[in-house]
Design a protein around this ligand. Sequence first.
Ligand SMILES: [Zn+2]
Length: 478
Amino acid sequence: MQEIQVYNTLTKRKEVFQPIEDGKVSIYVCGVTPYNHPHIGNARPFVTWDVIHRFLEYCGYEVRHIQNFTDVDDKIIQAARLAERSWDEIAEENIAAYFTAMDALHVRRTDNYPRVSEHIGEIIAMIEGLLAKGHAYTLHGDVYYDISTFAAYGELSGRTVEDMLAGARVEVDGEKRNPGDFALWKAAKPEEPAWESPWGQGRPGWHIECSAMSTKYLGDTFDFHGGGSDLIFPHHENEIAQSEGCTGRHFVNYWVHNGFITINQEKMSKSLDNFFLVKDILAHYSADALRFFLISTHYRSPLDFSDERLEEAERTLERIDGAIRKARFRLDGAAAVRNEAAQAMQAAAEAAKAEFIAAMSDDFNTAMALGVLFTLVRRLNTYLAEEAVADRTALETVLRVLRDMTEILGILPQSWTEGNAADAHAYRELMDVILAVRQEARTQKQYAVADAIRDRLQAIGITLEDGPEGTVWTKSEV
Ligand SMILES: [Zn+2]
C-alpha cells in the first residue's frame, strides 16, 4: 500500500502512517456546536478531512469516519434564550444548516454523527469509571477531573504544569484541587437542559463527550483524531486524560490539526465582525471556489480569506473545467495518432499522477497536489491546441488522471457529469459560420448554393427558417 507520511501533533514530527488494522482507518473529528450557521472557520476541518478520507479510500483503505455534534452547550442554551425557543430546536435547525452548507461544498457524509444528548448514558459511565480510578472527584453536584493524577497531562499541547498555573484564571470556585481541573459533569442550573445522574440533575462538561463517543464508535484506540488547532488545548489534552485515564489504553495514534483562518490578515473572531458564514460566502462565490480556496493551502498553515483569493479560485477552476470539457469533446474525434506529441502527453499524465499521489502522501499536501494538476492542465491545453486530431489513448489517459485528481480533491464533479458545455458552445459557433456562408451566397444571388446548404442541414435534422430578422435554426431531437 502507498506509504503515507502524517504530521503528528503529539510527537511534533512527520511519521509513516501505520494503521491499527491492515487496510482499515478509523477517524474521529470534533464537529460543530450547532448554535449558528457554520462559518468558514468551521468548514476548513471538514473539507480537509473529506479530502483525507477520499485520498485514503483511493489508496485502498476502508475508512470509518465519525464526527460529533455538541448539541448540549452554553452557546446553544444562550441562543435559545435569546430566541425564546427550546435548545433542541435551535440545535436541530443548525444541524440542518450544517448539512446544507457541507453538501454544497461536496463534503461527503461521515459514517455517523453522534450527539451529546443521545449519549448521556455513555458519558455517565465514563465519568463513573474515572471516579472509580481516582482521576475524578465530586464537588457540590459537579464532577471534576483531577489533572495531577494523569502524568502525561500537557504532552499534546507541550504545556508544563507551571505554564498552566500561570495561564489559569482566578477561579471563582476555589475548592478545586488544581486550578487546571476541568468539569466532567455540571450540576443543573434553572431552565437549563438537565439529565438524571448519580450526582444529581445536571449535564456533561464539554470535553467528556468526545472521549465517550469516539471510543464507543471506534474502540479504545483508533488511528486519527482531527480538529482545528484551537482545540489542542484544552479540549484534546482533556480528551487524552479522560480516555486514557478511563480505559488505561493508548487513545489516538495520530493527532492531526488544521490551522486557523484569517480574514484579510486578521484572525477571525465575532468581535472583529469578520465572522463569515458559509451561506453568505456562497451567495457571492461558487461552492467549488470556496472548497478550492480551502484546500489551496496546506491544512496546517494559516489561511487568509480575501475576495481576491476567491475570485482567483473562480478563474482557476474555470480553466480546469474548460480543459476537462474540451478534452471530453475532443475525445469524440480522437484517433490512433501515436506521434511524439501523443507519447509525451501520455507520459506527462502518468508522471503527474505519480507526483500528485506523492504530494498527497506527504502529509496530505493539497497545495502541492493542485500545482501538479495545473501543470497537467496547461500541458493538455497546449497538446489540444497543437494537434488537429488527438490521440485517443493519450487523451483517455489524461482524462482518467484528471478525473482521479478532481475526485480526490472533491472539486468540479459537474465537469464530468454535466452535458458537455464546450460541445454545445462549439456547435453554436459552427452553425454561425455555416449561416454566414449561406447568407453570403444569397447576397451574391447564388441561390442554388444557399438551397443546397439548407437541404443538407435538413437531412441531418437542422431546419432553417429565413425571416426578416435573419435565419433561425432549430435542431430536432434524435
Ligand atoms: Zn471534541
